[in-house]
Design a protein around this ligand. Structure first.
Ligand code: CDP
Length: 216
């Protein structure tokens, strides 16, 4: 069996990783995994059980018992769940419980697909350090907050731009400061700033990087 081609897409909150990664997976016929949804599912499960996301033992137990139905929870994309996700994500036991699933997905993509695109925070550094291509997607804080604010308003969540900007900075700080698998570009990652790029232009820029990197 030939090894699966893995494309790692990492970056801070609302940098456009998800849309970009999904588009790349479509283009190359690869499987796509939004690894943030796993941490969101653990955060949501803790909140639902009335627990504290900062309680490491409890969060780790919730991660170990994660089921498919938890990944379908309707509130996964809310701001409250995003913050809880970022809190449980500092817990080594939570990260360990989710690692195996992510690595299996990458190396043996579902549906027998020839490759996988994973987006998250530590794909290029911890989950798939041997990924064929690593992208680190960024954008200015205000641009990212504007995108996330629009996404939340479109879904009917009433929240101010300032609040979204504040939450985003708090979550990035938490993600960068943790000692286990902090948010940072891998040494061999390609940086892609999408501040002034519409989605089509971001996809084109990413494809150019992938083509150049995979060139035999
Ligand atoms: O979509 P957004 O950028 O808001 O975040 P997400 O990708 O859904 O991830 C939610 C949270 O999960 C992040 O703030 C991280 O704390 C955590 N996470 C992580 O630690 N490692 C990953 N590979 C993916 C997400």
């Amino acid at each position: 069996m030939t090894a699966s081609v893995v494309i790692a897409v990492d970056g801070p909150v609302a940098a456009g990783k998800g849309t970009l990664a999904r588009r790349l997976a479509d283009k190359y016929g690869y499987a796509y995994l939004d690894t943030g949804s796993l941490y969101r599912a653990v955060g949501a499960k803790v909140l639902r059980a009335g627990g504290d996301p900062a309680d490491a033992d409890f969060a780790a137990r919730m991660a170990e018992s994660l089921a498919d139905s938890d990944l379908a929870a309707p509130d996964l994309r809310s701001e409250a769940v995003g913050l809880a996700a970022s809190k449980v994500a500092v817990v080594p036991g939570v990260r360990a419980a989710l690692l195996d699933y992510q690595q299996r997905f990458a190396h043996r993509p579902p549906g027998g697909k020839p490759g996988a695109v994973l987006d998250g925070r530590d794909i290029g550094t911890v989950v798939c350090p041997d990924a064929a291509v690593k992208l680190f997607v960024t954008a200015r804080d205000e641009v990212r907050a504007g995108r996330r604010h629009k996404e939340l308003m479109d879904k009917g969540e009433s929240v101010t731009f300032e609040r979204v900007l504040d939450d985003l900075r708090r979550r990035d700080e938490q993600d960068r400061a943790r000692s286990t698998a902090p948010l940072k570009p891998a040494d061999d990652a390609h940086l892609l700033d999408t501040s002034d790029l519409a989605i089509e232009a971001a996809v084109t820029a990413a494809v150019d990087i992938i083509t150049a990197t995979l060139k035999p």
